[in-house]
Design a protein around this ligand. Structure first.
Ligand SMILES: Cc1cc2nc3c(=O)[nH]c(=O)nc-3n(C[C@H](O)[C@H](O)[C@H](O)COP(=O)(O)OP(=O)(O)OC[C@H]3O[C@@H](n4cnc5c(N)ncnc54)[C@H](O)[C@@H]3O)c2cc1C
Length: 380
């Protein structure tokens, strides 16, 4: 089977790798460099806690692949199962945490509720005023700069063609598949996989499949390096959607995000910018997690263009209008954890026509006839 993948972020490159493993003839077309969209901007959180529950089977499948990533891809992509600690500062947060711990258990996710004396003993300096916390011991983080190029290189070794700096323009359905005009000439394939991230809805719209999506840019920052003391990824159970999160990389810098509005981004050209004016507000919101941040210099801020679907869930699965067309886009701020699983599932679906991993809630036709499903959780 001949497959063109449109978009070389984490979803496209992981799909290329797994499709090539299924023996498909794969061409991936990326208009910039692979991984240079939302993927490289990611905070790098590999978190299952707080996820939309029916997404957990996909998240578990993806975590298993993150664990194998180094052996599978032949390079260390800095996946570290450091644990994901989420602190609680008020009664709403406590209720949200306990509700989620209870609800997630039947979905195969076991979070530990920690006593504050354990938090203080195990994680000194974090959340001095917290009243509770959860720990997801198997979660952690990975390096957003490494993962997509690693998938692309591994796919290339299996025979996939990775084309960079070529943009896909007009697409036409033909009797045998798809014909695409690109800035590097025309190409055709039996199957088209749309992994165009925030731009994915523009592709779907060409096939009569509207998806309400907004392009937004979450704001991230990184501090100067400090002695390496913080092992887990740290977040909050706020109970009201407010979020703030940080982690310390092995080189000592603290990477942080959340606590401020995501900026609006225009899809053309799709450059998301951090807003230096909101940095002090962002840092203030993170001080309860780590008071030591008050004395630490921030050396860089950034953002990235991510597609947020109206209900906070991605679009994944076959097109409802066009045979041979598949979609995997709109990961709404939580696709980094899911990426390897998305590639594996989409490849399975395309190559075999079937997957055991439930995708029903992510089907594109949920937006047919202007329907707008309810918003679910979509934080990092
Ligand atoms: C700042 C930030 C922080 C985040 N933090 C986390 C986190 O901690 N944990 C988490 O789970 N998720 C996080 N996310 C979300 C996660 O990074 C994304 O969900 C994920 O990377 C999306 O991958 P993608 O492949 O769908 O999109 P992208 O990486 O954006 O890839 C899409 C690609 O398609 C290409 N493309 C589009 N149109 C065309 C065309 N016509 N021709 C050729 N190429 C085209 C683009 O150039 C782009 O490279 C974060 C996102 C951002 C922006």
């Amino acid at each position: 089977m001949d497959v063109v993948i449109l978009g070389g972020g984490l979803m496209g490159t992981a799909s290329a790798y797994f499709l090539a493993r299924h023996g498909c003839k794969v061409t991936l077309v990326e208009r910039n460099r692979v991984g240079s969209g939302a993927t490289v901007a990611s905070f790098g959180n590999i978190r299952r806690s707080g996820r939309y529950l029916p997404q957990l089977p996909l998240a578990h499948r993806s975590l298993a692949l993150w664990r194998q990533a180094e052996a599978m891809l032949g390079q260390d992509v800095e996946f570290r199962a450091t644990g994901h600690l989420r602190l609680v500062f008020g009664q709403n947060g406590l209720a949200a945490m306990r509700g989620f711990i209870e609800a997630a258990r039947p979905w195969g996710l076991a979070l530990d509720e920690l006593e504050m004396r354990d938090v203080r003993g195990r994680f000194p300096g974090l959340g001095p005023d917290a009243i509770g916390a959860s720990l997801s011991p198997d979660d952690g983080s990975g390096n957003p700069r490494l993962i997509a190029p690693a998938f692309a290189a591994a796919a290339g070794r299996l025979g996939a063609r990775i084309i960079e700096q070529v943009a896909v323009g007009a697409i036409r359905k033909t009797g045998s598949g798809f014909h695409m005009e690109t800035s590097g000439g025309s190409i055709g394939a039996e199957v088209l996989l749309n992994t165009a991230g925030a731009w994915g809805a523009q592709i779907a719209a060409q096939f009569g499949e509207p998806v309400p999506i907004e392009a937004r840019g979450p704001q991230m920052g990184v501090t100067e390096p400090l002695p390496h003391r913080i092992l887990p990824v740290v977040g909050v159970w706020s109970g009201d959607g407010a979020e703030g999160y940080l982690r310390q990389v092995e080189r000592g810098n603290i990477v942080f995000g959340g606590g401020v509005e995501r900026s609006q981004v225009t899809l053309d050209p799709g450059h998301a910018k951090a807003n230096p004016a909101s940095l002090s507000q962002q840092l203030r919101s993170l001080l309860p997690l780590l008071p030591a941040l008050a004395k630490t210099a921030v050396i860089r801020t950034w953002s990235g263009c991510e597609g947020y679907v109206a209900d906070g869930l991605p679009v994944m699965g076959p097109s409802a209008t066009t045979s041979g067309l598949f979609h995997a886009f709109g990961f709404s701020g939580h696709g980094f954890q899911l990426g390897p699983g998305v590639g594996d599932v989409m490849a399975e679906l395309i190559a075999t026509g079937h997957t055991e991993t439930p995708l029903h809630d992510f089907r594109i036709e949920r937006f047919a006839n202007g329907q707008r499903p309810r918003l679910s959780s979509g934080m990092h």
